[in-house]
Design a protein around this ligand. Structure first.
Ligand code: F6P
Length: 740
């Protein structure tokens, strides 16, 4: 308040000074206008009395005095005198001041111009004008008119007062307007900043400013693009493909299959694996059709394929083909569990698990990549197809496919982080891995940071030219573009079509977990993987209860954990550790009574069940220690059509760049994460809505159709250029090449 008053005073004083300067300038201008006016009036008065003056000039002095008295009837003319050219006073009115004798004025009005002066008399200030009477030979002398200037002082005083009041009002008005505008602008700016930084009572859980800035830039440029081209949907993706692929089929290579046929005691059942890759890619394939080449891992997979190892999926909808490739147990152990998941996975994730590289695993990795590359080549229907290769399981496949299909457009997407050059150098076969990926036309990552790391790795280890401006690598005239395509989920999510209301979901989850009707619910959904920070998550729940006693006995965190890669020792260890930790925390708070802090649900959950939990939750915590994107964060946002619920999100996920409205935390700082959970549980419904609304808007626009669409448009564009280049460089009839 004091600051405001001080600001107001300074502003008024400044404007007052300006007003005073303005007043003096204006007063001097008006005074000169008045004096010119006086002179003009004198001339007019003498001219209009001209004839009478002429007639009476040499005659009766009494009559001349009468004429002069007539002239002084003008209220501003005080007195008048008639002077002969020799300086004799011929006549004068009663009030004529004696100090202006005709003698003293003689000669001054000798020419045809009027002579003027001003003087201060005891009665006040006067203006004296001597106006010549007659012209040339008939020149009689002059009439001296004395004007009362007291009216001028009065007028000046009035003008000054009006001006001062006007300037003061203006100054005050301007000050107030400036102050209000400045306050509003400041408030708006801080509000915006606070919102952008997830402010309010939760300012400490801010996203990184750098991420907010780069998101804002990306949104601005991509929304501008969307304004011209419209939002991405399955229909748009389909029509984009029709336009660019002209009926050819899209071939996707990914290790994990979207539908797993499993034998159960009651017959064959279809499972949907817990996989971000499948979550993203499956809706794309449903929209585009084509072939998905994957490892047939289900116990009933062989029984459900045809003679070409094909099965039409999704069951009942059959919009695309799943081509299953088989592996021996040794191959799966070496390629999948060994090289991919004990080597590359910990190498690419900063989660402090040591990567293990074995020669035998590498050999399997090479062999299996060849096997899948061959399967892909069997599925294409042209010599320049568009092929999408997915993830770290198939780093070598792009080069192998290129050897068989030199004209193919190969787009490889790496779903996990790409580490810095120093770290990738740990892999004894880093050259082969990078060279394999450079067989692609385009290599895609979730973030620009991963693109930069990849380019730096190429720079460090490969013979190539880096075109940093185009984000491309050139090797013997073949170019590989390196691009960021942040992955997302389908929108709307088809699993949510017939799902129960939020209240029903919440009631059924509370019932299933044996919780009270007013229990506050937290939820986490993951494959049980050490990169997901599940131990840190449980510790954060413990911190929540330690630091915020109001939630003891009232809050339960349900952790849905799909067992994953359990053939690997580190994963088994993790399972045991999580089990123990959950039990330990529950025991610690047992004495409080009420709801237990942790409900650990270690099992595969089908998508409708996952969404039921996401809808039931008051808070969802994604605590990955390192994650390329993390689609659970986006699934939580999609699940909340009530625009309620708070997302607490690790700063080490790609998703934190897309969702700055989440409460962004460092999962290693379990105290901070505990506080974030408390802030989430205390957050007002209005703030929840504001945040959730913004996140839903982003995910709905930046959906998986856009991810696939933009990659495919880039791939199609690359192919168009390659085709043009191929035509230009094709041998002419004379046998020579044209073009570059
Ligand atoms: O996130 C990396 C990733 O390979 C994804 O592509 C996939 O969602 C997830 O891990 C599942 O892994 P897996 O196929 O080994 O079960």
């Amino acid at each position: 308040m004091q600051r405001t008053l001080r600001f107001l005073l300074v502003l008024v004083a400044g404007l007052g000074l300006l007003a005073a300067a303005g007043y003096f300038a204006l007063a001097s201008i008006t005074r000169s206008w008045f004096e010119a006016d006086m002179e003009l009036r004198s001339r007019l008065a003498v001219t209009s009395a001209g004839r009478t003056l002429d007639r009476r000039w040499g005659g009766d002095r009494h009559e001349l005095t009468e004429t002069l008295t007539d002239i002084t009837r003008d209220e501003r003319i005080m007195a008048a005198a008639a002077c002969s050219p020799t300086g004799e006073t011929l006549a004068s009115t009663e009030a004529y001041p004696s100090m202006f004798t005709c003698e003293s004025i003689r000669g001054q009005s000798g020419d045809s111009r009027a002579w003027t002066t001003t003087a201060d008399l005891p009665s006040g200030r006067v203006h004296v004008t001597a106006v010549p009477v007659g012209d040339g030979p008939t020149r009689h002398g002059s009439v001296v008119l004395v004007h009362d200037l007291s009216f001028l002082s009065r007028r000046e005083a009035t003008t000054r007062n009006v001006l001062l009041v006007a300037f003061f009002t203006l100054a005050l008005g301007a000050a107030v307007i400036t102050l209000v505008a400045a306050r509003l602008a400041w408030r708006g700016w801080t509000l915006e900043l606070r919102q952008a930084l997830a402010g309010g009572g939760t300012a400490e859980f801010q996203p990184l400013l750098r991420d907010v800035r780069s998101l804002a830039e990306r949104l601005a440029s991509e929304r501008e693009y969307d304004a011209r081209t419209g939002l991405w949907s399955p229909e748009r993706l389909r029509s984009t493909l029709t336009q660019h692929l002209s009926g050819e089929r899209l071939v996707v290579l990914a290790n994990r299959e979207p539908y797993i046929h499993e034998k159960t005691p009651t017959g064959v059942t279809v499972l949907h694996p817990a996989s971000g890759l499948v979550t993203a890619l499956e809706p794309v394939m449903r929209a585009c059709s084509g072939v998905w080449v994957a490892h047939g891992a289900g116990s009933a997979d062989r029984e459900t394929v045809d003679s070409r190892d094909h099965v039409a999926v999704p069951p009942g909808e059959e919009s695309y083909v799943l081509r299953r490739v088989w592996m021996t147990e040794a191959e799966e152990n070496g390629y999948y569990y060994g090289f991919a998941n004990e080597g590359l996975w910990p190498l690419c994730h900063v989660a402090h698990t040591r990567p293990i590289f074995r020669v035998g695993d590498w050999e399997h990795y090479v062999r299996v990549n060849r096997k899948f590359a061959d399967a892909v080549c069997d599925e294409v229907d042209s010599d320049d197809p568009i092929i999408l290769v997915q993830d770290y399981h198939f780093a070598l496949a792009p080069k192998m496919i290129r050897e068989r299909l030199p004209r193919a457009t190969i787009l490889s997407f790496w779903h996990i982080p790409w580490p810095n050059a120093e770290r990738i150098g740990i892999c004894p076969w880093h050259d082969e891995i990078i060279a394999g990926l450079l067989g692609s036309s385009i290599v895609g990552f979730h973030t620009q940071q991963h693109c930069n790391n990849f380019i730096d790795s190429v720079d460090a280890f490969m013979e190539s030219r880096i075109d940093r401006e185009a984000n491309a690598v050139v090797q013997s005239s073949r170019k590989t573009l390196v691009r960021a395509y942040p992955i997302s989920i389908e929108w709307p999510v088809h699993w949510l079509t017939d799902i129960a209301s939020i209240e029903e979901c919440r009631a059924s989850v509370r019932r299933d977990l044996g919780l009270s009707d007013d229990a506050l619910l937290g939820v986490g959904v993951d494959r049980l993987d050490y990169t997901k920070g599940i131990e840190e998550r449980l510790l954060a729940v413990d911190e929540l209860l330690t630091r915020h006693p109001e939630f003891r006995g009232r809050f339960t965190f349900a952790q849905l954990g799909a067992p994953s890669r359990t053939k690997i020792g580190r994963y088994r260890e993790l399972n045991d550790r999580i089990e123990e930790l959950a039990a330990e925390i529950n025991r610690k708070w047992e004495h409080v009574g009420g709801n237990r802090p942790i409900a650990l649900l270690r099992a595969h959950h089908e998508p409708p069940d996952v969404y039921r939990y996401l809808r039931a939750a008051h808070v969802c915590y994604v605590s990955s220690l390192h994650d390329g994107m993390n689609l659970v964060a986006k699934e939580f946002v999609a699940a909340r059509d009530d625009e309620r619920g708070v997302l607490v999100l690790s700063q080490f996920t790609g998703a934190a760049r897309d969702l700055p409205e989440a409460l962004v935390v460092n999962p290693y700082d379990v105290g901070q994460a505990g506080d974030a959970l408390a802030a989430a549980l205390r957050m007002s419904p209005e703030e929840q809505q504001e945040r959730m609304h913004a996140m839903r808007r982003l995910v709905s626009e930046f959906n998986v159709y856009r991810w696939a669409g933009r990659m495919l448009v880039d791939a199609a564009e690359t192919r168009r250029r390659d085709r043009m280049f191929g035509r230009l460089s094709a041998p002419t009839r004379s046998g020579r090449s044209v073009g570059t």
